[in-house]
Write a protein that binds this ligand. Structure first.
Ligand code: PRP
Length: 216
């Protein structure tokens, strides 16, 4: 039997995914060691390999088949636009993609103004302003701490993830429009889905059964 390789998004999503896998009897203790510098972990008994990657790289590994399966945020799936199957909503990692800025910037979202939009998600921001709002904007790609941009005058608004809203609040910014809700998803390489259908399907259905259901 060949190994099935699973790419996890480093950080909180990986922890939540491992907790879910634990529930279905897949525990990779080695991976839980916070001091480890190892990048790949093997479960010999079940013929599984796991590795941790940066979120935006997970769809890349899965598209090329270097990982059969990936767990990654829907924001990253949308932004990367890779040839992969999105097969399961894990329900955790819930947040919203929003347009945010100072309250006074709301009037700039009327479809007419030529504004600058700072974001880590240029594709999502472009699609939103072009297709849904029909507003021509200049997108400025940043790599983190996006909330800084309207404060220091780099852009009028930002397109970013809002979870609790506390980063916005602490910086005097507000949600101005909601682009879409988001959560963590399982993605699968299309060839793997065909070649290893039985193993992948049974893993997915075990994961699905272990998810908390409404009313739990
Ligand atoms: C994300 C996002 C916001 C923050 C939102 O940033 O870009 O800044 O979390 O969370 P909140 O609504 O609960 O405050 P992240 O921590 O991933 O780091 P980054 O700024 O480097 O992108």
């Amino acid at each position: 039997m060949r190994y099935l390789t699973i790419a996890l998004t480093k950080g909180r999503l990986a922890k939540q995914t491992m907790a879910l896998l634990d529930k279905i009897g897949i525990s990779c203790d080695e991976m839980k060691d916070p001091d480890t510098r190892r990048l790949i972990f093997t479960d010999e008994e079940r013929k599984l390999k796991f590795f941790l990657a940066k979120g935006p790289d997970v769809p890349t590994y899965v598209e090329y088949g270097a990982a059969d399966i990936g767990v990654v945020g829907e924001d990253t799936i949308m932004e990367e636009d890779r040839k992969i199957y999105e097969v399961l909503d894990l329900g955790f990692g819930k947040c919203r993609m929003c347009v945010a800025g100072p309250a006074g910037a709301a009037k700039l979202l009327n479809g007419q103004e030529q504004i600058r939009v700072a974001t880590k998600y240029p594709r999502i921001a472009r699609d939103y302003f072009n297709d849904r709002k029909n507003q021509t904007v200049e997108i400025i790609k940043l790599n983190g701490s996006i909330e800084l941009a309207p404060i220091v005058g780099l852009a009028e608004v930002i397109v970013d993830i809002v979870e609790t809203g506390s980063t916005l609040r602490s910086n005097g910014l507000k949600v101005l429009e909601e682009v879409c809700p988001l959560s963590a998803r399982v993605v699968v390489n299309p060839v793997s889905m065909r070649m290893e259908n039985e193993r992948i399907t049974s893993l997915l259905s075990a994961m699905n059964d272990a998810l908390p259901k409404e009313g739990d």
